[in-house]
Design a binder for this molecule. Sequence first.
Ligand SMILES: Cc1ncc(COP(=O)(O)O)c(C=O)c1O
Length: 326
Amino acid sequence: MTKLDNIQKQDKEFLFQNYGDRLPVAFKKVEGPYLYDIDGKAYLDFLSGISVTNIGGDNSKFIAKMHEQIDSVIHTSNWFYNQEQIEAAKHISRLAFKGRTLFVNSGAEANEAAIKIARKHGMSKSEDCYHIITFTKSFHGRTFGAMSATGNPKIHTGFGPLVPGFIHLPFNDEKALKTAFETHNVCAVMTELIQGEGGINLVDEQFVKTLESYSKKHNALFIIDEVQTGIGRTGTHFVYQHFGIQPDLITLAKGLGNGIPIGAVHATGKTAALITPGTHGTTFGGNHLASAAADVVLNTISEPGFFRTCKPSLRISIFNFKSAEK
Ligand SMILES: Cc1ncc(COP(=O)(O)O)c(C=O)c1O
């Protein structure tokens, strides 16, 4: 039996089989862009842990900071003040827009919090203002709210009934958007601007502007799911920055911790104020280690010249997607 056979056998015996048969490789080491498997074979890493290890799995500044943080404090509690959280949040306010940040543990949890904030916003207007517009082929995560927001029946199968109040519209369909706003009391629009899991579908520039203007006109929150597109993955710090728009709230995760689990909701001061003391929280969210990880990541992507090499090629690929669709 090979080493891999042995791991595969134990995986089947001891782990849930929700990932089905995994790809037939088990990694042991990272060095630059290479991953090395248990037999020492090198693989060039084009996956980056599914949009996670944005600054490199063995980034020396990151590793040094993690060692330093582990040696001082990993976790206390959100009952106490936390300077690492504040430092990471300052970066987000600087790189995105001035506002406040809530740290959580994953993309699904960030979206779950965003959904609660959207509901709070709706309830502050009227009892029946609870509809959230999302889009077909979107992906927002696997928790109940995030799954219900996701516009993909495959993700829902076997788990009904879903959380009510989500309207899944076809992506880039202005007419459907107009009708939905006219026929429902909408508290928020929540969308990716490049649908990732749904098959790399790029939003139309005009549609983004319409989303923003309808949201403003109807006093609905404009929420951008930046879990996959944020933290520099599209040649700007956040994908919404390509479009000259101002969301009320963005959700982050994946690349934010470079592999240390952390997610975040970042919102304008007015939107953040909807979550009053005691109405939301998490045990681990933004603990000292995770926040220190986010601090290094955000510091790194802030460095002058960070995008110099990647931006032109990303521009080309975005335009290629556009023309390929036509
Ligand atoms: C756009 C988007 N939102 C949310 C999520 C869920 O994030 P997580 O897997 O960290 O819960 C993902 C994950 O792929 C995603 O791509």
